[in-house]
Structure formats: C-alpha cells, structure tokens
Design a protein around this ligand. Sequence first.
Ligand code: ATP
Ligand code: LTN
Length: 331
Amino acid sequence: MKRMLSGIKPTGRVTLGNYIGAIKPFVSYQDEYEMIVFVANLHSMTVYQEPKDLRKNTKDLIALYLAAGLDPQKVTLFLQSDVLEHAQLGWYLGCMVSMGELSRMTQYKDKASKIGKNESIGAGIFNYPSLMNADILMYDPDYVPVGEDQKQHCELARDIAERFNNRYSETFKLPEPIVPKVGGRIMDLQDPTKKMSKSDETGKGCIYILDDINVSKKKIMSAVTDSDNKIIYDVKNKPGISNLLTIYSILSEKSIPELEKQYENSGYGTFKKDLAEVVGQELQKIHDRYQEIIQGDYIDTVLNEGAQTARRIARKKLAKVERKMGITIKK
Ligand code: ATP
Ligand code: LTN
C-alpha cells in the first residue's frame, strides 16, 4: 500500500473549505492508502491562540476527522505535539533551507504583506515550512493530499529531501502533493476572490462545519453571485456561482456539467435553495456523529494509540538522520 500523510492546523473552527479540500478527500483515501493524519498544533502557534480556544479547536478537529468518517483502525491519527521528533527534525531541516527559499513561500508573503506598519511578523511564520518538511519527510509518504495553498510547501519538502539525500546519501522519499481537481480552493461566500479560511476575521463568508445548520443554510442563500441569473461555471467572470457549483458538485457527487444541465432553466434562488439543502444534509450527518464522539474517552484513546504508532516510525527515522549527519557519536 502506498502511504499518504497530511495535517490541519487547529487555528479556528473547521470550515467547509477544510472539509471539502482536505478532510473529505482523506476519508476517501483511507481504503486505498496507508494514511497518516495529524493535527498540526505546533504549526498553529505561529499566530497567537487563546489557550482555551486552542484546546477546544484541537479536540473538535480530531472529533471532526472521526465524524467525517476517518477510521482509526485504518488511519494513524495523532497530535503533532505528542511526537517530539517533529520539532527536532524540523530544526535539522531548517538548517538546510535558505532564507531566500523561505521568503518565496506565498503563505509567508501573503501574511507579511498584510502586516501593518508598526506590527511585527513572528519568526515562526517564516520558519513554518521547515517544520512542515519534517512532518512530511519523517514518514516517507508517497503522497501528501492538500488544498491548493499548500502545494508550494510540499514542493519545498521535495527539494529539501533531495538536498539531504545528495549530501548524506539516500534517506528520504520524495513526496508528491495531491490537490483535488475540483474543490482544492473553496472560496469565501461573500468575497469569492479570496479563499474560505478558518482564521478569517468576520467569518461572514465562511461555513463552519459545527455551526447551527440554519446559519449555514442562510449563508448559502446570501452568497454573493452576479446579476445574470445563469448557472454556468466560469471562474473568471462568475466566481461566486462557480464556487457554489463546486461545492454542490462535491457534496452531491454530480459533475459540474450535469448540474449546469439540471439548472439550465432555473435561476439562482432555486439553485441556492437546493444547495442549502444538500449542505444541510451533509452537515447533519457530521453533527450526529460528532455528538457521539465528543463524549467519553474515545478521543484520548485514539490519540494515544496514534501517537504510539507515529512515534515508532519517527524515532527510527530521526535516529537514521542523526547517524547520517554525525550528530550521534555512539556506534
Ligand atoms: P488558516 O486560515 O488558519 O490558514 P485554513 O482554513 O487555511 O486555516 P489550514 O489549516 O491551513 O486551513 O488547512 C487545512 C487543509 O485544508 C489544507 O490541506 C488546506 O490546503 C485545506 N484548505 C484550507 N482552506 C481551503 C479552502 N478554502 N478550499 C480547499 N481546501 C482548503
Ligand atoms: N501547513 C498546513 C498544515 C500542515 C501540513 C503538514 C499539511 C502542517 N504540516 C504536513 C500536510 C503535511 C496548512 O497550513 N494547512
């Protein structure tokens, strides 16, 4: 079985973008691949997190992974901070990457460009990709399923793996990012030119998976579209309706041309009403399972078992890396 690995940061309430771009694809891969999935809580620290919110968001994210259908019998599910080797490998790999490479990462550039005149930007955001390289390379995955925005980080991981292998001999597998063909970038419902993001300040254009279902339905009904009332997929000229078509297509498993045909004689009102129902049904299924999972010790058990499995792999890999680099002096 080929191996896949991915993680999500507990930086806020999980959005429909995270669900469509990451969680749902993870679930679909679990029978075909050996999956390793974690909560990237170390990465979340690059931006201040209120401790009580971080705790809740972390627990909710694990519960959502499970409620969406990840099966801990098939998937190794863990908390990044439970496997100390990530930070250590992150340091070594951080010593192999240049400032130029890190400053070319769009996630960093975006954050840096939004910073006000008298604000400063944390070094964690700049160094972020080195820890992510460690998360990935530690486990020798064949594939890393991510949304569009993370592709560049995965490509950097490949470059660093190659650099390490050339310098010290073959150690890391070169991973390949996998971005869903449809749904790799779900847009904000109020501003369809920007990505739906869980750390968005207003949250008006974001559907939060655990929100009240009626609130989410209302957000679909009031999503920004255009004035021509035709349900056609055209990202450039009709970004709003194209985004809604993408969401509809993924949740209903109907193709976009099929939906265009189905709604060729309808207006936006009917289309949005139907989509709101589809979204509502998907969310209801998740809410029901979430309520069962969040109670009791189930999450702790899953995380303990996941961390044990992950640690076994990570310790072996780190020992190998340290031997090759000359850090270890014991024979
Ligand atoms: P933040 O706002 O804190 O940056 P985020 O909502 O962008 O958070 P991440 O934790 O960075 O979420 O991403 C988790 C996963 O979800 C990644 O694989 C990412 O590519 C994917 N993802 C995030 N937002 C979207 C989106 N709008 N559409 C599709 N995939 C997304
Ligand atoms: N950077 C990613 C989260 C993340 C990740 C990873 C994804 C941290 N480590 C390793 C894939 C593989 C993000 O911002 N979504």
